[in-house]
Design a protein around this ligand. Structure first.
Ligand code: ADP
Ligand code: ASP
Ligand code: MG
Length: 406
């Protein structure tokens, strides 16, 4: 088999952990497999590098930021290859560029357009373990890019698809995908398997155990993904196509996301074209808008629009909104950063009614105010005050009987 193994930050946090990774790779090779390893930077390293840049500038140039951030994965890639070699295997470390990971030009959140994996394929054929730096790519103009936070998951899945690997294993600090973050709710249960669709919702709603785009990619190219712990040999969670028995369960997971901010534009003239103008301007700055709510205007003259954006883009989005407010005669634009998005997810919602109503009941019974709501076929999300995050996650988890789910 050809197996891609991705190791996250805590799994390569220090020399001891890197030795453990090398041992696991060695074992997998000895079992007769070809292995491609994808690594993240050491835990905390990417944040540290961002912190350094921010000490020098509040809005560092994103091209330079990408060059800086890509250094974290270079370190672990080389060290991991050295560790694997010291166990008597042939190993070669490759940067994103050497792996042929070609991306678009959108710095700090680039999209992979193609992978020219000939160097890796050649090395695999010669019996090497290939160790690739996650999170990074290169544009067709030779500029270093990064794939967005948590992007090593995407590197691994994309490489698995490009090499037609039999399996993509994501090694992290929890031993699978749980009904909610096990670090917040100790009663959370590990799922034996989860559909790509549910995993995609959970990930995009904040369950950072897998990066959203990595799940999209896995679904599109049908890459079997297993989430496992690098700290033990437990079985893990298989992310796979939906099957019939998955529909029996109404809610399969609860997610939270504290990395969103809410922008409100107040007193907007109630006439056609303003929302288009605002959201076109936001989109041109490559900012992804998540929820949008427009109030009904009482007098038919003015309305308010609220929307959420990633916290990292909130200052930029506020500036754009303020300038649109000025141009259109709106009263003002405000930013709220102390919010959280709480979501429940399950393919069973398609066939069960009353799930959203129950969620609102649970939140109100704890005195938690709902600021925004959005739904899809298989999820319900609410924006609430960030200080209630843990309370909301715990009580929803309990109320939907996830504490007892097998
Ligand atoms: P890595 O550095 O290995 O990529 P991450 O920190 O990105 O690891 O992702 C693992 C973390 O995801 C866990 O430590 C856990 O706190 C969090 N997490 C959030 N939701 C879930 C969930 N539903 N199941 C498992 N882990 C979750
Ligand atoms: N090191 C990068 C980050 O922290 C990529 C990753 O860990 O997947 O976002
Ligand atoms: Mg991660």
């Amino acid at each position: 088999m050809l197996i891609v193994q991705k190791y996250g930050g805590t799994s390569v946090a220090n020399v001891e952990r890197i030795k453990a990774v090398a041992q696991r790779v060695s074992k997998t090779v000895k079992e007769g497999n070809n292995v491609v390893v994808v690594v993240s930077a050491m835990a905390g390293e990417t944040d540290k590098l961002i912190g350094l840049a921010n000490q020098l500038s509040p809005q560092p140039n994103e091209r330079e930021l990408d060059l800086l951030l890509s250094s974290g994965e270079r370190v672990t890639t080389a060290l991991t290859a050295i560790a694997i070699e010291s166990l008597g295997h042939k190993a070669i470390a490759l940067t994103g560029r050497q792996m042929g990971i070609i991306t678009d030009k959108v710095h700090t959140k680039a999209k992979i357009s193609e992978i020219n994996a000939y160097k890796a394929k050649d090395a695999i054929q010669k019996g090497y373990v290939v160790v690739v730096a996650g999170f990074q790519g290169i544009t067709d103009e030779d500029e270093v890019t990064t794939l967005g936070r948590g992007g090593s998951d995407l590197s691994a899945v994309a490489i698995a698809a490009a090499l037609k690997a039999d399996l993509c294993e994501i090694y992290t600090d929890v031993d699978g995908v749980y009904t909610t973050d096990p670090n917040i709710v100790p009663e959370a249960k590990k799922l034996e398997k989860i559909s790509y669709e549910e995993m995609l919702e959970l990930a995009s709603l904040g369950a950072k155990v897998l990066q959203t785009r990595s799940v999209e990619f896995a679904m599109k190219y049908n890459v079997p993904v297993i989430v496992r712990s690098s700290f033990n040999d437990n079985a893990g969670t298989l992310v796979t196509k939906e099957d019939k028995d998955m529909e029996d369960i109404k809610v399969s997971g609860v997610a939270y996301d504290k990395n969103q901010s809410k922008i409100t534009i107040l007193g907007v003239p109630d006439k056609p074209g303003i929302a288009a103008k605002l959201f076109n301007a936001i989109a041109s700055a490559n900012i992804v808008v998540d929820m949008i709510v427009q109030n009904i205007s009482n007098d038919g003259k003015e309305t308010d629009i609220s929307f959420t954006v990633p916290k990292t883009d909130s200052k930029k989005a506020l500036e754009i909104t303020q300038s649109i407010a000025q141009q259109t005669g709106a009263k003002k634009a405000t930013l709220a950063e102390d919010i959280a998005k709480i979501s429940i997810v399950g393919v069973g919602m398609r066939t069960h009614s009353g799930v959203a109503a129950k969620m609102f009941d649970v939140l109100s019974s704890h005195g938690i105010n709902i600021m925004m709501i959005s739904t899809s076929e298989i999820k319900v999300s609410c924006i609430i005050s960030a200080k209630y995050t843990e309370l909301a996650v715990r009580s929803l988890h309990e109320s939907f009987n996830l504490d007892f789910q097998k």
